[in-house]
Every structure is written in structure tokens, then in C-alpha cells.
Design a protein around this ligand. Structure first.
Ligand code: RUQ
Ligand code: CUA
Ligand code: CA
Length: 642
């Protein structure tokens, strides 16, 4: 075991390239679990890699004393639970979950009229979708750092993008992207490509992984060569879709440059294959670079089409029509077959593509891509300044701000720390350049990785979090479904030090970590933010308009403003509840037995629900959220007359 790792721990990976590609393709089929089956049963041996024993100072960092606060926020995607999660780091404690795409029983997300309006409903008022698959989450920028306004998260299943307000930690908008399926990569821009005054996020880019017939309305089903995928730009403020780019191949992960000029997507299906085998036939795939200024000029000049019933401008980014660098909207840089993550280095110079099926990382220099667009670089692939072997199954890369990259190796179950400058030197011919700095076993099969402030100009190289897809033996067994294992690693020294394991409910993918002072959350709402707010408890009561009945109630611990209210069987009841308590942490709930209603109202928040009073009788509506010594007494009687 240690011998094998030793072999891997130098640049001269002893594995024949061809043999690797063959086995990797096979292992890919079985999710590469074979690679972790040969691990010892017990905790990992440390030979050949960083010591697994935590350093004293470091381990105390993750064990906060009671009442001590974390120094970093983490924003985590929840995977197919469809939510966003907020963690404190370095402790790794989960502090909050923000429902976005799927209903949530704690807050009444998907039940209240306000949340349904965000989520989207069918003509009959029911939710359009109740499943989602969130993968990637990133936050808004200013001056190359997070500005605390928004975070975005994708839903791969239904091609939706959700925005979360980071002042209240709530989802406030969801947009469904037209003309695409399998929306996967997402990244906000960090500046405007043209106007230097706009040094903050105004666009969010979305890559679609699956190619479909365009329009997808029953035609071309049997013409896979006509299936296409698109790269989409969403307006960060309005959340409307601004434009789309038709491409060859597909989109996987997305990255953006600090100057706002370039966005990129990795592409594993250059082959435009419809079947699994077809997607792996080419030795090289691509990383696509989008020239944002040119695309927006083309849209302005009317050089676009539309697809089906969608009004969104679609520009042509296909290979055939983007050969001339001077007019190209898209540049197809080649990268080894079936790559995965693409990540922007905090020095703003490079995008790094992880090889996945290839044991390599590819370093692409952004200024050279811009040179190509300017006609100053004859051969686009000359923008590749390094392509080096780092280990088996590279997926995603994080940075420490000191020139080092940290890439997850899915098949090796390791994180490899490597130096970008040294890799560039090695690639340029200096075979004495030692670019692999360190390796650390993780448990097991890591996917995403991120370091504190890694996706900003202020990468601080303190902590690394690794999302391990398999936890196997790391936690008490709880039946067939294992939690995932999020591991926290100290990267402040030369050697990586594993600090802690955390079980997490499936299935987080991506996450970001940033200093806590970048956020200024509000803990009490502004009552004026809610059009339906009942500002005075004296406005409470029942008003009727034919069969439509409006019930206005306020809450103030430990009582609701109405002790009872009466409606008639068959009424369409809209109940509005404002929480007039303005004290931090004083949340109330409102449940109606037999009516499938329960939601919470935070301080000075207003919510409403609408239902048909179809069952006559007495229904004790009660507060579900512990608020007061008399919390149990906090109720009101709904009388439904037959
Ligand atoms: S992908 S494990 Cu959905 Cu983020 Cu790479
Ligand atoms: Cu109000 Cu419990
Ligand atoms: Ca491929």
C-alpha cells in the first residue's frame, strides 16, 4: 500500500498512460470503488503521505469552546435534498439549511403563498416541481472578493438557478433556463468585461451538460447529431436570462476570470455522443472560453436567433463558425479526455482543468487566450502552459494564495498539493522542477474541494474542506445509506494536516468558504418588506368577499391576536400571519390540524397560506416553534361551520 503511494508521490507516475486510460475508463463504470477497497480496514496509515495525526494547535481549532464562534462561513450545496446549507468553519458545524428548490417542512417552504411564488406553480396552484439536484454554489463578488449580497445554486434536474439573499439567508428568486437540460456548472462573473466601474457581479453563467433537440418538442428525436447544448447568461439582479450560446459538445463546470472578460466551461463530450461509449472515444476534449464582450456585442447587433417559443437571444458558438480568432465568440482549447472541474487561480492568471479520466491537470493562461482572440497567438493550444500528471481521477482544485493548488484525486482517495509555477517549469522542460508538494489520504473518493477564500483574490491558505463521496467505515453504521464525509484539513503549513471528519446528510457537492466578516446578516425582518404585513394587531379579523375569506392574524409571544375565527365550509381561506415580535430569535409557528398547514414566521416576517375550508369542525391552530414559557398555550381556534 505505502509502496504504491510512494510510486505515486513523484511526478514520474509509474503508470503507463495508455494502461491508465484503459483501466480508468473501466473503473469509471463502477465509480472507482475498487480503488478504496484496497485500503486498510482501520484508520489510514500515513506512510508516504502527510501525517494523519492532527497537530495540537490545529485540532483545537476545530473544537470550539462552548459559546465560541467560527471564523468562517461555509456555503454548501445540498445535492438532491435541493437545499443550501450554511456551515461554520473550522468547526464544520451545520448552522442552517436554506430551502430553495424543494419543499421544507420546518419553515413551510412550498406551502406558503410567498414561497410558492418563488418556486413556481402550475395553473392549479400546485408546485411545478418538488425534486431538485443542487450541485454548485457560488457567491457574488466585488473587487475580487465576496460582497455578501447573493449566492446562487443550480438545480440540475429541472435546469433552474436559485438566488439566495445573504442578508436574510433566504431564497428570493428561481429562474428556469430555456432550451437546456442538465444545467450543471454555474459561476457569477467578477467584473464587467467592458466597463471598469462595474467591478462587481452582474451576470451568472450556467453550463448545460446534456444535449437535446432544439427545440425539444418531439422533433429530431432520432437525430442525435442534431442534439445541442448551450451556455447561458442570467442577469444577477433581475434573474432573467440574457442570452445563450449554442455550442458543439457539452458544458460541465464553469469558471470566470477576475477581469470579467472570459467565462469558461469544461467539456467532456467533444464527441457530441449520445451513448456512454461515444463520449469517451476522443483522446482530447475541450475547455471552452467565451468572449463575453463580443457575445454581448453580437446580441446588441441582432446577430442571434431564437429557439422554439423562447425569446432568449441565441448566438452561434459552434466550432465551424468560430474559426477566425478576430470574430470568434468562443475558443475551444483542447484538454485531455473527459475533464472535470475548471477553477480560476486567485492570482487571476490561470484556469486549471482537472483531468478526471486523465491523471493530469492542465493549466491555461488567460492572457494567452485573450491574445488568441486578438489574433496575437497563432495556435490556441499554446495557451496551455502546463499539463502535468498529478494522480488518478483529478476532479476539482482549490488554492492557498501562495501559488499552490490542491486537487482531489477521486480514484486515489487523496488530495494532492502541487505548485503551479513549478508545474509550468516542468512542462516547459525543466524536469528537475518538483511540482508535487504533498499528498494526503482522505476518506474516501473525494469530489469537491475548496479552501478558505480560495475563489477570491484573498485566498488565505488556512483551511481546506474536502467532500468525500464515500464514508464507509468512518462513522457508526446506520444501515445501508451512509452519510458523506466532509473532512477539514489544515493547509497553513507545508504539509497538509487532517483535522476532522464530519458526517453530512447526502449529498453535498460544491461549497465555498469565506471570512465571517464578509457577511452582515440581519436577524429581524423589516416589516415593510412584506406587502401583506399586518402592522397593528388591531387590524386582525376576518373579511369576506363572496366565498373568498381573508383571515388576518398577528403573533406576539405568547398569543395570537385572534383567540378564534370562523369560516364556512367551502370557503377559500387566505390566512395572513405577521409576527409582531421584533426580538431576535423569537420565531413562531402556525399549524392547522387536518389542513396540512404548518409554517413559521420570524421576527417581523409576514407569510400567508391559501386553502379550501373543506372539513367542518373545530381545529386548534397552534404555535409549533418554541417561543415562550406559555408556548403550549399559544393557539387559536379555527371554526369551520358546516
Ligand atoms: S460535479 S464531483 Cu456536479 Cu460538482 Cu464534480
Ligand atoms: Cu409562539 Cu411557540
Ligand atoms: Ca470525451
Amino acid at each position: 500500500m505505502s509502496q504504491k503511494k510512494d510510486d505515486m508521490s513523484t511526478e514520474a507516475v509509474g503508470l503507463g498512460r495508455r494502461r491508465f486510460l484503459n483501466t480508468a475508463a473501466l473503473t469509471g463504470l463502477t465509480l472507482g470503488v475498487a480503488a478504496c477497497n484496497d485500503k486498510p480496514e482501520t484508520a489510514p496509515a500515513a506512510s508516504g503521505t502527510s501525517a494523519a495525526a492532527p497537530a495540537a494547535h490545529a485540532s483545537s481549532a476545530t473544537h470550539l469552546k462552548p459559546g465560541e464562534l467560527d471564523t468562517y462561513y461555509g456555503i454548501w450545496s445540498g445535492g438532491h435534498t435541493g437545499d443550501m446549507r450554511i456551515l461554520g468553519l473550522p468547526s464544520g458545524r451545520e448552522i442552517h439549511r436554506i430551502p430553495c428548490f424543494v419543499p421544507d417542512a420546518l419553515v413551510g417552504w412550498g406551502l406558503t403563498n410567498e414561497s410558492k411564488a418563488v418556486m413556481g406553480t402550475k395553473p392549479d396552484g400546485s408546485l411545478r416541481y418538488t425534486v431538485a439536484d443542487t450541485h454548485h454554489t457560488h457567491a457574488s463578488y466585488k473587487d475580487g472578493n465576496y460582497d455578501g449580497r447573493y449566492a446562487w445554486i443550480n438545480d440540475k434536474i429541472n435546469s433552474r438557478i436559485a438566488r439566495v439573499r445573504l442578508d436574510y439567508f433566504v431564497c428570493d428568486k428561481i429562474t428556469e433556463l430555456p432550451n437546456v437540460q442538465g444545467f450543471h456548472g454555474i459561476f457569477p462573473d467578477k467584473a464587467d468585461p467592458v466597463d471598469p466601474a462595474i467591478n462587481y457581479t452582474t451576470r451568472v453563467f450556467c453550463g448545460a451538460e446534456f444535449a437535446i433537440p432544439l427545440p425539444n418538442n418531439g422533433g429530431d428525436i432520432n437525430n442525435p447529431e442534431k442534439y445541442r447544448s448551450m451556455f447561458t447568461c442570467v442577469d444577477a439582479e433581475s434573474m432573467e436570462v440574457r442570452w445563450q450560446v449554442l455550442i458543439d459538445g457539452n458544458c460541465d463546470l464553469t469558471a470566470t476570470s477576475y477581469d470579467g472578460k472570459l467565462a469558461a466551461t469544461n467539456q467532456y463530450n467533444i464527441e457530441n455522443g449520445v451513448h456512454y461509449e461515444d463520449m469517451m472515444s476522443s483522446e482530447r476534449d475541450a475547455c471552452l472560453f467565451f468572449n463575453i464582450a463580443r457575445i454581448e456585442e453580437a446580441v446588441k447587433a441582432g446577430k442571434f436567433t431564437t429557439v422554439g417559443t423562447s425569446k432568449v437571444p441565441v448566438v452561434d458558438g459552434t466550432r465551424e463558425n468560430n474559426k477566425d480568432p478576430k470574430t470568434a465568440l468562443v475558443a475551444y482549447v483542447s484538454v485531455p479526455k473527459n475533464p472535470h472541474g475548471v477553477n480560476a487561480s486567485p492570482d487571476a492568471k490561470y484556469f486549471i482543468c482537472a483531468g478526471k479520466l486523465s491523471p493530469t491537470a492542465t493549466v491555461i493562461e488567460l492572457s494567452k487566450v485573450l491574445d488568441w482572440f486578438d489574433g496575437k497567438l497563432a495556435e490556441l493550444d499554446k495557451a496551455i502552459v502546463a499539463e502535468v500528471e498529478i494522480g488518478l481521477g483529478p476532479l476539482h482544485t482549490a488554492f492557498d494564495g501562495r501559488g499552490n493548488a490542491y486537487t482531489t484525486l477521486f480514484l486515489d482517495s487523496q488530495v494532492v498539493k502541487w505548485n503551479v509555477d513549478a508545474a509550468i517549469k516542468f512542462h516547459a522542460g525543466d524536469k528537475s522542477a518538483k511540482y508535487v508538494v504533498d499528498r494526503l489520504d482522505v476518506h474516501y473518493q473525494p469530489g469537491h474541494i475548496n479552501a478558505s477564500q480560495s475563489e477570491t483574490r484573498m485566498a488565505d491558505g488556512k483551511y481546506l474542506a474536502v467532500g468525500c463521496k464515500f464514508s464507509k467505515d468512518r462513522f457508526l453504521p446506520v444501515g445501508p445509506l451512509h452519510p458523506e464525509n466532509e473532512q477539514i484539513i489544515d493547509i497553513s503549513g507545508d504539509k497538509m494536516v487532517l483535522l476532522a471528519d464530519h458526517p453530512v446528510r447526502g449529498e453535498p457537492h460544491d461549497f465555498i468558504i469565506f471570512k465571517r466578516d464578509l457577511l452582515k446578516p440581519k436577524q429581524v425582518y423589516d416589516i415593510n418588506d412584506f406587502p401583506l404585513a399586518i402592522k397593528d394587531s388591531k387590524e386582525s379579523g376576518v373579511t369576506r368577499n363572496g366565498k373568498k375569506v381573508m383571515v388576518k392574524i398577528t403573533s406576539q409571544a405568547p398569543a395570537f391576536s385572534l383567540r378564534e375565527f370562523t369560516v364556512k365550509k367551502g370557503d377559500e381561506v387566505t390566512l395572513i400571519l405577521t409576527n409582531l415580535d421584533k426580538i431576535e430569535d423569537l420565531t413562531h409557528g402556525f399549524a392547522i390540524p387536518k389542513y396540512n398547514v404548518n409554517f413559521i414566521v420570524n421576527p417581523l416576517e409576514t407569510k400567508s397560506v391559501t386553502f379550501i375550508a373543506d372539513q367542518p369542525g373545530v381545529f386548534w391552530c397552534y404555535c409549533t416553534h418554541f417561543c415562550h414559557a406559555l408556548h403550549l398555550e399559544m393557539r387559536t381556534r379555527m371554526i369551520v361551520e358546516a
